[in-house]
Ligand binder design. Sequence first.
Ligand SMILES: CC(C)(COP(=O)(O)OP(=O)(O)OC[C@H]1O[C@@H](n2cnc3c(N)ncnc32)[C@H](O)[C@@H]1OP(=O)(O)O)[C@@H](O)C(=O)NCCC(=O)NCCS
Length: 253
Amino acid sequence: MAAVQFVTWSKKMMFQPVGSREQTKYTDQLAIAIRSMFPCDCAISAECFPTTVDALFPSEMESVSKAVAVRRSEFAAGRIAARRALAEIGRPHAEIPAGADRAPRWPTGTIGSISHAGGVAVAVVAATATIKAIGIDIEIMDAVRPELWPLVLSADERHWLRRQPAAEQIRWATAVFSAKEAFYKFQYPLTGQWLDFLDVEVRATQNSFTASAPHSPIAGLEEVFQGRLLHLERFIVSALYWVRQRGESSSVA
Ligand SMILES: CC(C)(COP(=O)(O)OP(=O)(O)OC[C@H]1O[C@@H](n2cnc3c(N)ncnc32)[C@H](O)[C@@H]1OP(=O)(O)O)[C@@H](O)C(=O)NCCC(=O)NCCS
């Protein structure tokens, strides 16, 4: 049985004014829960959307100028959360433009990851001097319905899923999906490698998972990386990080 942490969500939250006390209380609770998944060198922040795009820099606005309102809003919420997290590690207010590959271009000396789902954006950041790679993903807990399983889960993963209690299978499928997305974001800035869901093998346990890309042509991706899982009342969150060893250069990934 998946142990679920309660970070109380109410639908009303999305209809509160931007920055209302209810939203702030919720996003603070969420950030605290997620913080337990990362080392203390990392900062985490969360922001609800819809939100205003006023906080975007022109370079950021450019990447969503043709997007629909909800996409602009989730993008803006991610940038607001990321800048708040950067401030927490003592970094100045700065633009975080998106590359042509959609990956955020973090300010020099920093690294991070952003995810959004169900009206909430979360961001994790750290200094490259301490963290080499980082990935986060948040999903609504029942997002991955059975019709998607053959597209996103390998035969082995589906075999494992069928052995879980029937009432929990969608939650676990969502957890594996989320772990794959976190792994993708974790590895991409290091390797530039596009991966399909079926390229990545995930094994999930209660609060953790392992992920690897066993057949990747990129050296190192066949290694098994350890990640963390958090089951919340409404969301599943996946986290992966790679701590830089003392003395290891931070100029080269
Ligand atoms: C990035 C991706 C994995 C998740 O995007 P999504 O479904 O919109 O879900 P999320 O909200 O969790 O994450 C989006 C954020 O990931 C970040 N992101 C996008 N591409 C990224 C990349 N190549 N590397 C690192 N982070 C990336 C961005 O910050 C983006 O938010 P933003 O555009 O508002 O800044 C997906 O869109 C993608 O690019 N998929 C292609 C590869 C894939 O899915 N493979 C299967 C998993 S192995």
